[in-house]
Design a protein. Structure first.
Lengths: 212, 416
């Protein structure tokens, strides 16, 4: 797939480029600030973009704002935002406009190359990828009490909110696919959500429920 | 009851004596100040011979002020600190006032006081004496009314007489008499307030300076303690992990040639160490000042702290207007510190954080409570550091933690 990178640290920009190239992807452009990045996106219309939140000139959230612009103007481009710190509030801003084809991960996650590439693939194909730490914050600040869920069901809920598929959840918890489906049905019943959806709408339902 | 007691209380009569003394002192000061000023100013045109007279007048005003401070202290128990002599411009050759004296509040305060003393005391004495006398006369009127030459007290041409009128007179007299001590004392308080305003450095200002000096010291100490804590956390945490990581990679490098499996294991270990180091650094930063606090405010920033705490935390934030960043930082630090304690010591199963803003700029109230075992030590480095930070923004911290729980840590932080 074709990717455009926005990352101001040269070390990380080169690292990401190499990592993606080695994995067989094409890095169409790798830019150091938001303005050049947006021009590159317009020129290449990539399958996905990888954007750092903090970039020059103010080093606050211009990367996030650039990501929101890509999300709104190029609906077919997957947007994966990376950050040294993840915050539930930024995730909410990112998801609120379009809950599919977006991702928000800690930079640390790049260290687990396979998982990172999987998340990027999900985002590029219209799925979602939320960092476990963001999900923990969402669960901590949930608008609804989650006390009725068993610890295992909470784990499944968290993995669903991260945007993982049933088989990925089963693999992460080392259980069978049937068990995962049973947990998911229980969760939807207990939380009073419409059951069933296997696709991305499931993530949306969960995130809405948590209060984003 | 106290109304009756006030009739004979020493405070009332000292106030009365103070008014009388003020009257006599007032006459003296008025004479000195008015004569001195008019003589001094009119002689200024005669080759500045007026200058020493003005100097003498100002000095006299200072002495009178000292006498007045003594009177207020002795009779009303009101202490007014004098302006420190070394803070004033003073006189050239002991008698010619320096120009800078014109800009001093003390100079104008003393002169103004000299002019106001007499009228104020005159009014105070007149009102006090009139109240006492009228009260006494009206109260005792029934006793001697019929003995008066005209057969009764005269109001205009009307002669008072008869039981109902006499009773009314006695009642009114009693009421006025009971009110007289309150009037006398009230005037004394007004006197004290006036004197304090004109003669003293503003009391609240002086107290505020002391307070600020203390809190500045505490804030500096708190910052120093915080720096040491960060240094220690970096040293014990991330730094050690990076050392271990470098060591593992070094060993892996040496093994690659002969034992590929062992090398792969070491690289795995190094990979894990590196990720751990990242987590520790991130949590350290979160405890200091996370970027999201500056960019999105308290509500957004507290999510991270709540998620970090192993005890379930309920967070309620209602802050309609963002307070200034120093107050936000203190509130954030407070929640971070309190939740650290909850996690480490409280054995709580549930904690609650409530942050509310009131008014604009108004107050920010922060409260952290848990259902743990209590017994938090107010003098522990964490909590005393917290008290220092709170005092640094003029806030008030309260810690309630009876042994057996629950623990409630609350603060009011002014946002203006």
């Amino acid at each position: 797939m074709r990717v455009v990178i926005a990352e101001d640290s040269v070390l990380l920009r080169e690292g990401l480029t190499r990592l993606l190239t080695e994995a067989g992807h094409e890095v169409a452009a790798a830019e150091g600030d938001a303005e050049k990045f947006l021009r590159a996106v317009a020129a290449h219309t990539p399958d996905a973009v990888v954007v750092d939140v903090r970039m020059p000139p103010t080093f606050t959230d211009e990367g996030l704002r650039a990501a929101l612009m890509v999300r709104d103007q190029w609906p077919d481009t997957g947007v994966l935002v990376l950050s040294q710190w993840v915050e539930e509030r930024y995730a909410t801003e990112l998801i609120s406009g379009r809950p599919h084809g977006v991702g928000y991960l800690l930079k640390d996650r790049v260290a687990d190359v396979a998982e990172f590439l999987d998340a990027l693939h999900r985002v590029a194909t219209g799925g979602s990828a939320l960092d476990p730490e963001v999900v923990a914050q969402l669960l901590a600040r949930s608008r609804h009490p989650l006390g009725e869920l068993t610890p295992r069901e909470r784990e499944v809920l968290a993995l669903m909110a991260e945007g993982r598929s049933n088989s990925a959840i089963a693999a992460a918890l080392v259980v069978g696919g049937g068990a995962v489906e049973k947990h998911i049905n229980n969760i939807f019943t207990k939380l009073g959500l419409a059951p069933g959806d296997r696709d991305h709408r499931r993530v949306l339902a969960v995130l809405r429920y948590l209060g984003t | 009851m106290f109304l009756l007691r006030d009739l004979v209380s020493p405070r009332t009569w000292l106030a009365m004596i103070s008014h009388l003394a003020g009257l006599f002192l007032g006459i003296a000061i008025m004479v000195v100040v008015v004569t001195g000023l008019s003589l001094g100013f009119s002689l200024l045109v005669l080759a500045l011979t007026g200058l020493p007279i003005l100097g003498l007048t100002l000095r006299a005003a200072t002495w009178c002020a000292a006498a007045e401070r003594a009177r207020l202290d002795m009779m009303l128990g009101v202490q007014i600190p004098a302006w420190p002599a070394d803070a004033r411009a003073g006189y050239r050759w002991g008698i010619v006032p320096r120009w800078r004296m014109l800009t001093e509040r003390a100079t104008w305060g003393e002169l103004g006081y000299g002019l106001l003393r007499l009228p104020f005391s005159a009014i105070a004495v007149t009102l006090s004496v009139a109240a006492w006398a009228a009260g006494l006369v009206a109260l005792t009127l029934p006793l001697y009314n019929s003995l008066l030459p005209s057969g009764g007290a005269k109001v205009g041409d009307f002669v008072l007489g008869g039981t109902p009128r006499m009773t009314a007179s006695a009642v009114i007299g009693l009421l006025v008499l009971l009110a007289a001590p309150q009037l006398t004392r009230g005037l004394a308080s007004a006197d004290a307030a006036l004197s304090r305003r004109l003669l003293g450095p503003r009391r609240d200002l002086a107290a505020r300076v002391t307070e600020l000096e203390i809190s500045r010291e505490r804030v500096v100490d708190a910052a120093e303690t915080e720096r040491r804590r960060i240094e220690r956390d970096l040293h014990d945490g991330a730094q050690q992990r990076l050392v271990a990581l470098a060591m593992d990679l070094g060993r892996a490098k040496a093994r690659f040639a002969d034992d590929l499996d062992a090398a792969a294991g070491l690289v795995d270990q190094a990979h894990a160490q590196a990720k751990e180091a990242l987590v520790e650094l991130r949590n350290l930063v979160r405890g200091v000042h996370p970027p999201v606090l500056t960019e999105r405010g308290l509500d957004a920033a507290l999510s991270g702290l709540a998620a970090l705490c192993p005890v379930p935390v309920e967070v309620h934030v209602d802050v309609p207007v963002r307070p200034k960043s120093s107050v936000e930082a203190v509130a954030y630090f407070m929640v971070a510190e309190a939740l650290t304690n909850v996690a480490k010591h409280s054995r709580a199963s549930h904690a609650k954080v409530v942050v509310e803003g009131h008014g604009y700029p108004g107050m920010l109230t922060v409260m952290i409570s848990d259902d743990g075992i209590g017994g938090a030590d107010v003098h522990s480095p964490g909590l005393s550091g917290l008290a220092d930070r709170v005092s640094g923004v003029d806030g008030r911290l309260s810690v309630e933690s009876p042994s057996g729980g629950p623990t409630i840590i609350a603060a009011e932080l002014p946002c203006g």
